[in-house]
Design a protein around this ligand. Structure first.
Ligand code: BLA
Length: 511
């Protein structure tokens, strides 16, 4: 496997983070084979649990003191060890005077049993249960994805006590936007910022779909090594472990951000990582397991609510598009000029098609424009007249397009073009335009505030990785999504027909 010294920004998606060979020190780990024989243990087991490390043997009776419930649960979990399905059990127990949350999971012929030391005063369980219940209820009642996520970050902050809780939504290119945030007044808000896909490498995203919650209780921790029976050839797979030691690259990133603890919870929709709740604390923070589980359930409620809200938003957009189409067709039928009609509906159309500007051209000449620099509109109209082929809906990007002209203002530079040809012989186009993605994104950070560069490189800061991302997205616009493209092609269809009827009428009048 790759040692930390060999890791860098280019190969960090190859770090095998599921087999780190160590755990975080706020607990201890035991692993058993299907016969219940000890195969692996964290080096702190004797000190923390008072259990001697006798690899290849089953635990002696009474190894867990007189806690019969734990011994029974281990036996029950072992009975499920041959399942391909993941089986998870947990309970609270007191060993040698300390309270532990004990989490067992079985899969592929092995049981992993983790003992998490319960941090002081987790609060009244009943108070907490009420809090969690109320939060779920509030979440289900939200009517938009924005409000849902706003409510979610507030609830998670209340339940866990993190200094900062963010809802992070992934885009088509896996970059992530901070779309909701609840944070302490002492912190600079991150709301509205975007982070590049490379901040969470591919193998971590895959793991986070399987195991939806992780906690790094103390960024400054010393990992505790796992020891193994000499017959064990494979490193222990900690994909589903709650104590898994995390990537040193990520630890450095967090140190550079000045963090003391972090937790993140996946929002998985349709088997895809849709977003994440990401929590920061400036000091170490060990969130008790039951509270983490409540947050995990909450993330599932969020996922299903997002899914139904997204379906409603889609239906709403399609209904508004149908209404707009009717208006436009009616106006053209009574003799309105396409350019004029489109401009009259411009705000609603821009919203509906998700574009920043609109242009209508005919015969290679701009007829009407909204937020488009006149000289560039002319260049684009000429260019379109030369580039249209058989297709009716065209999507052009970046370098395919005419370059910006001298004097063209920054906010009227477009590099995403959705071009709808409503009249092929006369080169009539309705054109929706999108700005370069870099100009659309708010980046609120102050570069001079970046914390010291670590030994793994200067780019491992949010600010540094943003600079790199900015380079890779130059000349790109956000692509149009399926709903927008469908709306566009229906619009084109209706306008095309209304316009053809109009032209026919005029021709008939003339003859
Ligand atoms: C993991 N990176 C993560 C995680 C987050 C981020 C949330 C999940 C682990 C956790 O809960 O802390 C990224 N965290 C962010 C971002 C913000 C934040 C963007 O708070 C913004 C406010 N990270 C890098 C680079 C590499 C990298 C350049 O920035 C690789 C070269 C690696 N990130 C990396 C790895 C993991 C990770 C390897 C997995 C950690 C693990 O689970 O072991």
């Amino acid at each position: 496997s790759t040692s930390p010294a060999e890791l860098n920004l280019e190969n960090c998606d190859r770090e095998p983070i599921h087999i780190p060979g160590s755990i975080q020190p706020h607990g201890a780990l035991l692993a058993f084979d299907r016969l219940g024989r000890l195969s692996h243990a964290s080096a702190n087991v004797p000190a923390l649990l008072g259990i001697p490390l006798e690899f290849g043997r089953t635990l002696r009776p009474g190894a867990f003191g007189d806690d019969a419930a734990l011994e029974q649960l281990l036996q029950d979990t072992l009975a499920d060890a041959n399942s391909d399905e993941l089986v998870t059990n947990s309970l609270e127990a007191t060993l040698r005077g300390s309270t532990f949350d004990i989490v067992l999971h079985a899969q592929h012929g092995r049981v992993i049993c983790e003992f998490e030391r319960r941090a002081a005063a987790a609060g009244e369980v009943s108070t907490f249960a009420h809090l969690a219940y109320r939060a779920m209820d509030t979440l289900k009642r939200q009517r938009s994805i924005e409000r849902l996520l706003d409510a979610a970050v507030i609830a998670v902050r209340q339940m866990t006590g993190f200094d900062r809780v963010m809802a992070y939504r992934f885009g088509h290119d896996d970059s992530g936007d901070v779309v909701a945030e609840a944070c302490s007044d002492a912190l600079e808000p991150y709301l509205g910022r975007r982070y590049p896909a490379s901040d969470i490498p591919a193998q971590a995203r895959r793991l986070y779909i399987l195991n939806t919650l992780r906690l790094i209780a103390d960024v400054g921790y010393e990992p505790v090594p796992l020891l193994a029976d000499a017959t064990q050839r494979e490193p222990l797979d900690l994909s589903h472990s709650v104590l898994r030691s995390v990537s040193p690259i990520h630890i450095e990133y967090m140190k550079n951000m000045g963090m003391g603890a972090s937790m993140s919870v996946s929002i998985v929709i349709g088997g895809r990582l849709w977003g994440m709740l990401a929590c920061h604390h400036m000091a170490p923070l060990q969130v008790p397991y039951p509270i983490r589980m409540a947050v995990d359930v909450m993330a599932q409620v969020i996922a299903s609510t997002v899914q139904s809200l997204a379906a409603k938003e889609r239906e709403g957009a399609i209904a508004r598009a149908a209404w707009l189409r009717t208006e436009i067709v009616r106006a053209i039928a009574v003799g309105g000029e396409v350019g004029e009609v489109v401009m009259r509906e411009s705000p609603a159309l821009r919203e509906n098609l998700g574009c920043d500007a609109l242009l209508v051209t005919l015969g290679g000449i701009p007829r009407a424009a909204d937020h488009v620099h006149a000289a560039w509109a002319k260049a684009l109209a000429t260019w379109l007249a030369q580039h249209g082929d058989a297709a009716l809906v065209h999507v052009f990007h970046g370098e395919q397009l005419p370059p910006p002209l001298p004097g063209q203002p920054e906010d009227e530079r477009y590099c995403g073009v959705l071009a709808l040809r409503f009249d092929a012989p006369r080169q009539g186009w309705i054109v929706g335009l999108r700005r370069e993605v870099v100009q659309t994104i708010r980046w609120g950070g102050k570069p001079e505030k970046v914390i010291a560069h670590g030994p793994l490189g200067p780019r491992l800061t949010p600010r540094g990785s943003f600079a790199e991302w900015r380079e890779t997205v130059r000349g790109q616009a956000e692509p149009w999504n399926d709903v927008e493209l469908e709306i566009a092609s229906q619009l084109l269809d209706s306008v095309g027909r209304a316009y053809a009827d109009r032209v026919l009428e005029i021709d008939q009048l003339r003859s």
